[in-house]
Ligand binder design. Structure first.
Ligand SMILES: Cc1cc2nc3c(=O)[nH]c(=O)nc-3n(C[C@H](O)[C@H](O)[C@H](O)COP(=O)(O)OP(=O)(O)OC[C@H]3O[C@@H](n4cnc5c(N)ncnc54)[C@H](O)[C@@H]3O)c2cc1C
Ligand SMILES: NC(=O)c1ccc[n+]([C@@H]2O[C@H](COP(=O)([O-])OP(=O)(O)OC[C@H]3O[C@@H](n4cnc5c(N)ncnc54)[C@H](O)[C@@H]3O)[C@@H](O)[C@H]2O)c1
Length: 455
């Protein structure tokens, strides 16, 4: 369970994901004595059960879609996903992470413990038989699928189960219309499954631009995904090898018989097992309640970072890193560093990809600013026409007074790159004119940017 008999540490870190590892290694580099604890294979969600393995699968789905777009335009024949080979390829990115992470801790002189951590008092953590005392404690325990209060919800498979499916079911249903369902539904559909996506209201991908979401939904319908919006899932049951989903779609009965039902209906901070009361650590449904410096509002020796923190940051990997860096600075220098969440970009890795940074059109209108909204259909622009790509859209919101960019929203195969260009400009205060004046190599996605920025 442990590589150390030591029980007193300058810092105890709960969780070995992006946030926990970051703070543990940085503090150890400054000669702090550090312990880190995790009940699961070391390395956290993003690299083993989230972003990275997901994107390997999404890459194959994207290739199928891209080659379909050029059918009759120079590309012939059918590509297909061979699921077991794709899963074996995905595994090459994941295998070995727990061992290499443990090795990294070992080399750095970080004491590591495999087990579930919980507070026994304000500065003491129990893990198995061990009681460890920490001058400071970082909670970085991430998030887990939310409880949905659906009869038979124990039959749901979560995102991890999907990423490990040995065989893709012929029919598959996703509950929830957020990132996970959209990304996985696209992968499953491109791999040949009949896919149903059940969402409880009329606004899937609620934080994204509704016009672009609508265009994405129409595009995914063409791949065969069936959207059931305003649909309440009432019961999931088993029938032999299959699962029966009973729901009400716009008030009418909907029954689906599928090979798997996937949970894509939100994740919640992982705090249940921590005995936070004993540590005098306040928390609510958003997570551990922290001040602007990521410090617990009730226990000054405790910090939280990443998905488990009740901060304004989104539950995304770059935010786990950002918050971890702020915690490290505050621990090492007893400083008051506040994470700067300005211009947090986010991408839904479907094909086309949907990306956003900054304000939505509705938020910009509500802000009272004098705004210019550029809505562009780019399907017939050279960059997209040459790849047979449609839809390709962008919406860019500018401040007419000072020429800054308030928000950018993109739906196309280059959305992941374009959103990063906008993010650089917004984070560093470049105006639309300055970004437009940048020289981008031609012909690339970047050379289109100037046409999105007209004031
Ligand atoms: C399917 C999926 C796809 C995603 N794709 C993306 C993406 O493309 N881009 C993106 O930016 N974000 C993505 N995310 C979100 C991203 O993975 C998280 O924001 C990020 O991993 C959070 O890092 P963290 O360090 O806060 O938590 P985690 O990486 O979840 O680490 C928390 C660790 O704490 C451990 N733990 C839990 N309880 C305890 C306890 N009591 N004691 C000790 N340890 C404990 C857990 O076992 C875990 O290892 C995705 C998430 C999922 C689920
Ligand atoms: N590309 C990425 O960056 C990426 C990918 C995957 C996950 N993530 C992270 O993981 C988090 C969790 O992802 P997610 O997709 O599970 O959640 P989400 O919050 O993105 O979306 C969940 C959706 O499910 C709906 N819902 C809730 N209960 C429902 C029910 N009973 N029936 C039908 N619909 C229901 C909600 O209205 C909500 O819109 C995200 O917030 C995101 O931060 C990020």
């Amino acid at each position: 369970m442990t590589q150390s008999s030591q029980t007193n540490f300058d810092l105890i870190v709960l969780g070995t994901g992006s946030a926990g590892q970051n703070v543990a290694t940085s503090c150890r580099e400054k000669d702090w004595s550090v312990a880190i604890i995790d009940p699961r294979p070391f390395g956290g969600t993003c690299s083993q059960r989230g972003c990275d393995p997901k994107r390997v699968l999404a890459g194959a789905a994207e290739l199928i879609a891209r080659s379909r777009n050029l059918k009759g335009k120079g590309i012939a024949g059918e590509n297909a996903i061979f699921w077991s080979d794709l899963m074996a390829f995905k595994e090459t990115f994941v295998e070995g992470i727990p061992e290499s992470t443990e090795e990294k801790f070992e080399k750095a002189g970080i004491a590591y413990f495999h087990g579930t951590a919980s507070f026994t008092d304000t500065n003491t953590i129990r893990v198995g038989e061990h009681e460890l005392t920490g001058g400071k404690i970082l909670i970085a325990t991430g998030a887990k699928p939310a409880t949905l209060d659906i009869e038979g919800e124990e039959l749901l498979m979560n995102s991890e189960g999907f990423l490990d499916l040995e065989k893709l079911p012929e029919k598959i249903a996703f509950i929830g219309g957020g990132y996970i369902s959209f990304e996985f539904a696209h992968i499953a559909a491109e791999a040949g499954a009949e896919v149903h996506l059940i969402h409880n209201n009329d606004k899937p991908l609620k934080n994204f631009d509704p016009d672009l979401v609508e265009a994405l939904v129409e595009s995914l319908k063409k791949v065969g995904i069936r959207f059931h919006l305003n649909t309440k899932t009432e019961k999931i049951s088993r029938s032999g090898e299959h699962y029966i989903v009973e729901a009400k779609e716009e008030g009418k009965a909907l029954t689906l018989e599928v090979g798997a039902v996937i949970h894509g209906a939100g994740r919640v901070p992982n705090i249940e097992e921590l005995d936070l009361d004993k540590g005098n650590v306040e928390a609510d449904k958003k997570g551990v309640t922290v001040n602007d410096h990521m410090r617990s509002v009730s226990n000054p020796d405790v910090y939280a970072a990443g998905d488990v923190s009740g901060s304004p940051g989104l539950p995304l990997t770059p935010i786990a890193g950002l918050e971890a860096r702020a915690v490290t600075a505050n621990l090492l220098d007893e400083g008051n560093k506040t994470p700067n969440y300005t211009a947090t970009p986010s991408v839904v890795f479907t094909y086309p990809m949907l990306a956003a940074v900054g304000m939505t059109e509705a938020e910009a209108k509500d802000s009272g600013k004098d705004i210019k909204v550029n809505i562009l259909d780019m399907s017939d622009w050279y960059t997209y026409k040459r790849m047979g790509e449609s839809p390709s859209m962008a919406k860019v919101i500018l401040d007419k007074n000072d020429g800054t960019i308030l928000g950018a929203h993109v739906l196309n195969s280059n959305a992941e790159h374009l959103i990063n260009y906008f993010t650089i400009a917004m984070r560093h205060g470049l105006t639309a004119e300055q970004l437009g004046d940048t020289l981008f190599a031609y012909p690339t996605d970047g050379s289109d940017v100037q046409y999105l920025l007209e004031l």
